[in-house]
Ligand binder design. Structure first.
Ligand SMILES: [Zn+2]
Length: 280
């Protein structure tokens, strides 16, 4: 190993946060919390194990994602309900909020809109924090389990990975062929999944989700949302995914509406202010 003489000094340089978010308008969490606490369920969609389902949640309503029966990881895609090109941007959400999301964090949309699509208001797993392996819950670092990586690594043809589940559910919701829906499927929010990076090799790891029956995550829809959720074939993702080996449970998506006036003074965020002239 050819280390320079000042290697220790170079490694000792302190990090700076890439994207300080102090300038982003603050969320009025007290307003959001009260609105979500008083919201009433108006529609529920069951996501069967190893399958996916879709629900529309208007701006100002709540999307509750729950584990009704047992620990189950969900892979979530979000779109603007009438414009599929505005979709959840996992990478930028990671850059702005961190590797995992919880109460107060926002889920950001793709360019050129780059605005909050949803804000996390309730997380019954927020007690988990970080474990001794560096594991945290609800990550935006994974992609989604998919049949292409499965084929690359083991040569199989498995059809119930989250990518395929999301593709089928989106195609069904839009009433379009699978190959028209598939390009819209994107990297996910891994709801209830417990993940991190190994300290020694920096590899992405997963471990059994700490979720139990009754756990849920509540998102306030900042814009009109189409949410598509897959119940991962990995179940609690404690062992493997991309097979039918794991015990899997259903997930529940609920649209809940705050009582009228509960979000007084709130409005959906505008699209990003960049003028898009790109220096031309
Ligand atoms: Zn999956």
């Amino acid at each position: 190993m050819n280390e320079p003489e000042d290697a220790a000094a170079r490694r000792a340089v302190a990090p700076v946060i890439c994207y300080p978010t102090e300038a982003v308008p603050e969320v009025d969490m007290a307003l959001y919390r009260d609105a979500v606490a008083g919201a009433v369920p108006v529609e529920a969609v069951v996501v069967p194990p190893r399958d996916a389902a879709a629900i529309v949640v208007p701006a100002g309503s709540v999307l509750r994602i729950a584990c009704p029966e047992g620990p189950q990881v969900g892979d979530l895609n979000l779109f603007h309900a009438r414009n599929l090109s505005e979709r959840f941007y996992s990478g930028k959400t990671r850059a702005l909020q961190g590797t995992h999301v919880s109460v107060g964090d926002r889920l950001w949309s793709s360019f050129p809109c780059l605005r909050p699509m949803a804000t996390v208001v309730t997380d019954t797993l927020d007690w988990y924090g970080v474990d001794r392996f560096g594991g945290r819950v609800h990550d935006v670092i994974g992609t989604r389990c998919d049949p292409y990586t499965g084929n690359l690594l083991s040569g199989g043809q498995y059809h119930h990975c989250c990518h395929s589940n999301l593709t089928r559910a989106l195609a069904g919701h839009l009433d379009v062929p699978l190959d028209a829906a598939e390009p819209h499927v994107h990297d996910v929010l891994n709801v209830f999944m417990c993940t991190g990076f190994t300290a020694d090799t920096g590899q992405y790891f997963m471990k059994a989700s700490p979720a139990r029956a009754g756990d849920h995550l509540e998102l306030l829809a900042e814009i009109d949302l189409l949410a598509v959720l897959s119940a991962c074939p990995g179940g609690d993702c404690g062992a493997e995914h991309s097979s039918d080996a794991a015990a899997c449970f259903p997930l529940l998506m609920e649209r809940r509406d705050p009582v009228p006036g509960a979000l007084a003074g709130w409005a959906p965020p505008p699209v990003n202010g960049y003028d898009r002239s790109h220096g031309a």
